[in-house]
Design a protein around this ligand. Structure first.
Ligand SMILES: *Cc1c(COP(=O)(O)O)cnc(C)c1O
Length: 386
C-alpha cells in the first residue's frame, strides 16, 4: 500500500459486528472477560484499546515501521523513549537546536536523574562521532530543527554513530517534516518521535504524541513504559488524530506550497536580515533537504533587523497569523521563540545556538497565500519596517 492509501485504510477496516465503514470509537475503560484471564485481546484501556491500536497501526504503516505507541503528548512520548532506553550513567547525544520542552526534559528531569547529556553544535556527522562513546545509548535528532530549520543528514549521522557504537539507537523527532515528507526509519533511524499535536492532528484541536519503531523489539520497552506510566491518549483523541492522518499528505503538500511563497516574499523584504526555509536555494542545508525530504515543510523563520522590539510588535499585529505557540494546524500561527516556545532555554545558551531575539517563527497554514502575505506586509508596516 502506498502512503495515501495506507493513511486512509490501515486501522480503518469496517467494524465486523455492524459493518460500520468507520470503526466506532471504543470508549470502554475495561473489557468483559469470558472467564478470569480469558479475554478477546483487550483487558483494560491503559494497557491497550481498540481505537488506539487502530491508530497505532496506521502510524506504524505511514513511517514504514513495525510498531508504534501513542502517547498523551509529544513530551510524554519523548519521556517514554528516555525512560525506556536509558539508565543513570549513560549518555545521550543531541543536536543543539532542539524543541524547548525536549531541552527542559534533558536538563531538568533526566540530567538530575543521572543522564549524561551532550550537545553537538555542528551538523557535520564527524561531530556526532566525536560525542558518541561506549556509554552512549541514544542520539537524538530533530530535523528540520526548531526554530532555526537546520537540516541534518539522517543517513550520514546514523552511519557515523553506528561506526562508533553499534548498540546506540538513533531517534529522530520528525514532528516538523511528518512521515509525508520524510521517512527517518528508511534513512537508518531506529525510532521516530512525534508531537501529533502539530501536523498529524493538523487542526490545533488535540494534544498527543507517538513513537514509531523500525523493528518491533525496539518498541517493547517503550510499550512497557506506556502501560506502566500510563500517559496514554484518550480514544477520542486517537480518533481525531487518525482522522488527521487521512488528509496529512494533502495538507503537507499545500503547507509546502504556501510556505515556499511566504519564504520567497520574505527574502525580498529588507526588514529581514535572514530568512530560514530549507526550500530556498540560499539555505545552507538546501541540498540535504532536497535529498532526504519530499517537500520542505510549512515552517519559515525570519530574523528582523530591528531586533526584539520590532519582532514583538510584528507578531502582535498579524491578523490571520495568530500569535500563539504550537504549529502545524490549518490556521497560520506566528511566534517569538525567545519569549515563548524557547523561553525555558537560558539567554546565553540561546545566543550560543544562534537563536536571535529578533527571530520570528511562522507556521504557514492553508489560508489563501495572498491573504497571508498581505497580512505580513501590514504587520511589517506597523512594526515600522514596511
Ligand atoms: C511541540 C513539540 C514537541 C512536544 O510535543 P507536545 O505535544 O507539545 O508535548 C516535541 N518536539 C517538537 C519538534 C515539537 O514541535
Amino acid at each position: 500500500m502506498r502512503f495515501a492509501t495506507a493513511a486512509i485504510h490501515v486501522g480503518q477496516e469496517p467494524d465486523p459486528a455492524t459493518g460500520a465503514t468507520i470503526p466506532p470509537i471504543c470508549v470502554s475503560s475495561t473489557f468483559t472477560q469470558d472467564e478470569p484471564g480469558r479475554h478477546r485481546g483487550y483487558e483494560y484501556s491503559r494497557t491497550d484499546n481498540p481505537t488506539r491500536r487502530n491508530y497505532e497501526r496506521c502510524l506504524a504503516a505511514l513511517d514504514g515501521g513495525e510498531d508504534a505507541a501513542a502517547f498523551a503528548s509529544g513530551s510524554a512520548a519523548t519521556c517514554a523513549v528516555l525512560a525506556a532506553w536509558t539508565r543513570p550513567g549513560q549518555r545521550v547525544v543531541a543536536y543543539s537546536d532542539l524543541y524547548g520542552g525536549t531541552y527542559r526534559l534533558f536538563e531538568q528531569v533526566f540530567r538530575p536523574w543521572g543522564l549524561d547529556v551532550r550537545y553537538v553544535e555542528r551538523r557535520d556527522p564527524a561531530a556526532f562521532s566525536e560525542a558518541v562513546d561506549e556509554s552512549t545509548r541514544l542520539v537524538w535528532l530533530e530535523t528540520p530543527t526548531n526554530p532555526r530549520l537546520h537540516v541534518l543528514d539522517i543517513h550520514a549521522v546514523t552511519q557515523a554513530v553506528r561506526a562508533c557504537n553499534a548498540d546506540c539507537l538513533v531517534v529522530v523527532d520528525n514532528t516538523f517534516a511528518t512521515p509525508a515528507l520524510q521517512q527517518p526509519l528508511e534513512l537508518g533511524a531506529d525510532l521516530v518521535v512525534y508531537s501529533t499535536t502539530k501536523y498529524i492532528g493538523g487542526h490545533s484541536d488535540l494534544v498527543g504524541g507517538a513513537v514509531v519503531a523500525r523493528s518491533a523489539d525496539r518498541l517493547v520497552p517503550v510499550r512497557f513504559y506506556q502501560n506502566a506510566a500510563g500517559a496514554v491518549p484518550s480514544p477520542w483523541d486517537c480518533f481525531l488524530a487518525q482522522r488527521g492522518l487521512k488528509t496529512l499528505a494533502l495538507r503537507m503538500h499545500a503547507h509546502c506550497a504556501n510556505a515556499q511563497r511566504v519564504a520567497a516574499w520574505a527574502s525580498s523584504q529588507p526588514a529581514f536580515s535572514e530568512v530560514l526555509y530549507p526550500g530556498l536555494p540560499t539555505h545552507p542545508d538546501h541540498e540535504v533537504a532536497q535529498r532526504q525530504m519530499r517537500g520542505f515543510g510549512g515552517m519559515v523563520s525570519c530574523v528582523l533587523r530591528g531586533g526584539v522590539d520590532t519582532a514583538r510588535r510584528f507578531v502582535s499585529r498579524t491578523r490571520y497569523f495568530a500569535c500563539a505557540e504550537s504549529l502545524g494546524g490549518v490556521e497560520s500561527l506566528i511566534c517569538h521563540p525567545a519569549s515563548m516556545t524557547h523561553a525555558s532555554i537560558p539567554a546565553e545558551v540561546r545566543a550560543r545556538h544562534g537563536l536571535s531575539d529578533g527571530l520570528v517563527r511562522l507556521s504557514v497554514g492553508l489560508e489563501d497565500v495572498d491573504d497571508l502575505i498581505a497580512d505580513l506586509e501590514q504587520a511589517l508596516m506597523f512594526a515600522g519596517e514596511g
